[in-house]
Design a protein around this ligand. Structure first.
Ligand code: ZN
Length: 198
């Protein structure tokens, strides 16, 4: 059942998009998240890049949202080298399938098109986390994605994970919260109410 694919598109693919798509959801209805709201990634072909991509997203989330495993049976996504991605009729540099949990990476096309392998794998992992293409994102842009622009991607990831029942709060990006102060004053007020009137 391999019915959804997304790509780090080439300019050719972008040019084929219909007009009027400037507004769309930044989250995708599919993901390769497990029931804990995590991607469990395995790669025999690109272990270092997969680990680095996981570190990128975990740092962004301020929590473990991507685990790397050496056990393919435990993985929810497998990052694999392919000369031509399965079913790909466009010269895409990579495709991610969900819910099948496959990311096909095409190194010859990456070399030909001069894009960065690490960026491609990090972008594709964003799709596995449930993120869609986002013209306002640096990394999840439909084409020419680059690492960076983390505050924007954090908000998208937070909304995405929330839709899967998981909350993340990274103090580096979230606005300062006054919750703890409010709770303290509530406790104080309760104590006052129960004290004997004098
Ligand atoms: Zn993409």
């Amino acid at each position: 059942m391999r019915f959804i694919k997304v790509v780090l598109a080439t300019s050719l693919t972008v040019a084929s998009l219909p007009f009027g798509q400037s507004v769309h959801a930044v989250t995708w209805e599919y993901s390769n998240l497990d029931s804990q709201g995590e991607v469990v990634a395995y790669s025999a072909d690109y272990p270092a890049q997969t680990a680095q991509a996981a570190a990128y997203w975990n740092s962004l989330a301020g929590a473990t949202v991507v685990q790397v495993t050496n056990d393919p049976a435990a993985a929810t996504v497998k990052v694999e080298k392919q000369e031509t991605a399965t079913g790909d009729t466009d010269p895409n540099v990579a495709l991610t399938y969900a819910p099948d949990g496959i990311t096909d990476v095409c190194p010859a096309r990456i070399a030909t098109q001069g894009v960065d392998l690490q960026t491609v794998i990090t972008h594709e992992m964003g799709h596995s986390l449930g993120l869609n293409h986002d013209p306002n994102s640096t990394l999840m842009a439909p084409a020419g994605g680059q690492l960076g622009g983390q505050a924007h991607d954090y908000e998208a990831l937070k909304a995405d994970l929330a839709s899967h029942g998981r909350e993340i709060d990274n103090a580096a990006f979230d606005a300062p919260q006054s919750t703890s102060v409010a709770e303290s004053s509530t406790v104080t007020e309760s104590a006052s109410v129960s004290a004997p009137a004098s």
